[in-house]
Design a protein around this ligand. Structure first.
Ligand SMILES: [Zn+2]
Length: 158
């Protein structure tokens, strides 16, 4: 027997919310104010039917956007890695020079520059004397000062 409630029931599983759908596709779909967004494409999708989502995922536009988003993320990561290793080599260089009393200006000496560029990994990332002094000496100096302070404090306690 068909009851009124069964007859009125939509064949769409309306119970499922945009949030539920987003949970099934983390990083791709996102729920915003009860609406389902495809993050890479930046478009709204009907969250009620799974077939709508499958159809969307099968579109050329979607795969293109996902690929573009992935490449963008990869590019950003590589940039961060590169700038971190640059900072490390520069700070280490400044710390080394100060520790053994090599004036930073010697970084501009052609013979030393040749050695850094050719024999030191990432050595080419070390900038000239002025940039070293401006950008890295302060940070290294502050760190050494802190270390010295700790050392002195420890010695005083003994
Ligand atoms: Zn999409």
């Amino acid at each position: 027997m068909i009851t009124a409630s069964t007859a009125n029931k939509s064949h769409l599983p309306t119970k499922i919310s945009a949030k539920d759908r987003a949970k099934d596709y983390p990083g791709v779909l996102d729920d915003s104010g009860g609406k389902l967004f495809c993050t890479p494409c930046n478009c709204v999708l009907d969250h009620r039917r799974k077939s709508t989502l499958d159809d969307h995922f099968a579109t050329a536009k979607h795969s293109r956007m996902v690929k573009a988003a992935g490449e963008e993320a990869k590019k950003q990561l590589t940039n961060t890695e590169a700038s971190t290793s640059k900072m490390v080599i520069c700070e280490t260089w400044v710390a080394t020079c100060t520790a053994i009393n090599i004036p930073l200006s010697k970084s501009d000496h052609p013979a030393l520059r040749k050695f850094l560029n050719e024999k030191v990994m990432n050595g080419g990332a070390i900038p000239g004397f002025h940039q070293l002094q401006e950008m890295y000496l302060g940070a290294v100096y502050e760190r050494e000062k802190e270390e010295l302070k700790t050392l002195l404090a420890e010695n005083l306690l003994l």
